[in-house]
Each structure stands twice: as C-alpha cells, then as structure tokens.
Write a protein that binds this ligand. Sequence first.
Ligand SMILES: [Zn+2]
Length: 373
Amino acid sequence: MSLLVTNIGELVTWGEEPVITDAAFVVDKGLIVWVGHRLDAPEADAVNDVCGAAVIPGFVDSHTHLVFAGDRSAEFEARMTGQPYRAGGIRATVDATRAATDEQLAANIARHLAEMRAQGTTTVEIKSGYGLTVLDESRSLAIARQFTPETTYLGAHVVPSGTNVAAYVDLVTGPMLDACAPYARWVDVFCEAGAFDADAARTVLKAGMNAGLLPRIHANQLGHGPGVQVACEVGATAADHCTYLTDADISALADAGVVAGLLPGVEFSTRSPYPDARRLLDAGVTVSIATDCNPGSSYTSSMPFCVAVAVRDMGMSPREALWSATMGGAVSLRRDDVGRLTVGAKADYAVLNAPSFVHLAYRPGVPLVAAVG
Ligand SMILES: [Zn+2]
C-alpha cells in the first residue's frame, strides 16, 4: 500500500532541492518513490497529513558502543567533581560485559535502540570492544548483528589488564579476527597514547581488511596522535573523534576523502575542548556527527542533542549539523540508501514537532521528534 506524506512545512531531502517548503513525498514498499511540492503530489492509497511540520531524514548514528553491561555514573560524578578522564575506565565495562548473559546484552541493545528511534535515529552502527577475548568479542558481534548490518569489530579497543601489547595484537589479528569477521562489516582500532600506537593500528586494520572488513578508526581524541594519518594511509572510510588535528592532518583527510566523525557527546561528558568543525568544513573535509553512545565517555543516545552542541559549540550552521548527522553518517557507513529522502532511498524519516529543522538546535533538550517512519 502506498502512502502520501503531505502538508510538510519544510522537507529536508538533501537531493537536488535540498530543503523543500510546502512539500510531500510518497512511500511504496518501504522506499521513497516520489518527492516534491505538495500541489504536484500524485495520489496514493493512504494519506498522512503532518499539518505543516518539518520532516527530516532519520538520523544515521555511525558510531556507538551499545554492546555493554554495567553503569559508570559514579565515574562520571567523580569526573564532574574534579578528577580527569582516564581511558582505563573501559576495563570496568569489560568486567560487567563479560559477566552478562547474551540475553542481558541483547536486552540492553534493544532498550538503547528504542531510545534512539524515539529521538529520530533510524540507522545505527554498533561496535564490539568490551569483551576482549575471542569468545566475548565474537558473541558481542553476533548479538549486535541481530539488530544492525553495521557491526564493527573493535577487539583493539584497549589492551586487557596484565596482557602484553604485542601478544594482544597477535590475538586480535589472529584467532579473534577469525571468530569475529563473520559477524562484522567493519574493523576499528583505538589509536591513542595508552591504547594502540600507529604500528599496532596499521597491523590491526590491515589484518581486518585482509579478512574482508572495511576500515575505520578512533583517532586524535585525547591528543595529537598518528591515528588520522594511519586512516588516510590505509584508506579508512572514517576517522572518528578528530578533536586534536594539525593542519597536515586536515589536509590529509581532505585529500584522502576520509570522513571526519565528530562525537560531541564525548567532549560534553568529559568536559573537554570540542573539535573544530568549522576548520574541517572550510578545508573541504566531509564531516559526520554521531553519539559515540557508551557508558564511559558519552552516555547519550540523542542525535538531536549532538546536533545542538555542534551548532552551539563547534562552529556548524544548523543545516551543516543536520547534514552531518544524516548524510554525513551515511557517507561514513558507505550507505547511499539512508540519510536522505530522495527517490529510491529507504523511507526512513522523522516528523518533528516543529515547523523547521532549525528547531533541533534552537530548542535543545526538547523532545521534538513526533513520529518516525
Ligand atoms: Zn568510540
């Protein structure tokens, strides 16, 4: 049965006419089959009159760590009262995740995905990385795969306590990769001081690529590290975080066409300086925005929140921020069927309780998503 969604005050398509006022579109078999001005709309089997509301593409959250158990609110409270963030906090989540059953991990993912959908997110990437054993990483990915095709093998998240880095890299690129590759589309590594250096990161990504996975990376989050350069060198699709960048890093991202994934929830939740989105955009770098939803450094599931912060504190216009949270996420995941509302794309959209998408930044913290298609 076809559906005409009409009387749209402002429709964001990112197509030839990126934002259409007084718009309509037609959905058939889950796909957009017509988009245009309301008065030109063809007939359909059913009609949804949204009464002047704005409609946007569903958000594409291209970076999350939803396979986890446990709670780290005490660590957050400590940090907000004066203690600095330490990457080692990941290990608390590793212990809780290993102790959880498959059913508990799946229920936790389902709960967070429902939260995300209620806030307009329709495509979600999910990483492993809190198992750090062959069994716990592979079951993390097998569970995540039940919810999304965008699963990422992040065995190289942190080196487990009491393990030698070289021995762990051998495990991550050997038996753990063999067990995880069937459930993953992507391979990722946390390239940062205290985690994996440039050589280790290169080794992990190349092993993943040899196993048929697509590379992406956690880079330049806590300082000026080599992660962005490694990303450009191996042809990664995305370098996420990008908080500390040199001019050479920015040129390399632009030249290599690597997406810079900005995760403002992290800087918000760790009271750290935000990445300079303006500098990236002015250099012609493709920018995505994602939540990095995880229990340690960014426990938000809200893309509207991230859009608001990107506009308020990272130099992005409301339109740029929305593009990065939808199309930018799609480019980051090499998807051309989501993040836009054009003919042939999936009919993944959010109806806002607002006449314009600008309200996403203009009214921060307000639940503006009225419905999700
Ligand atoms: Zn992350």
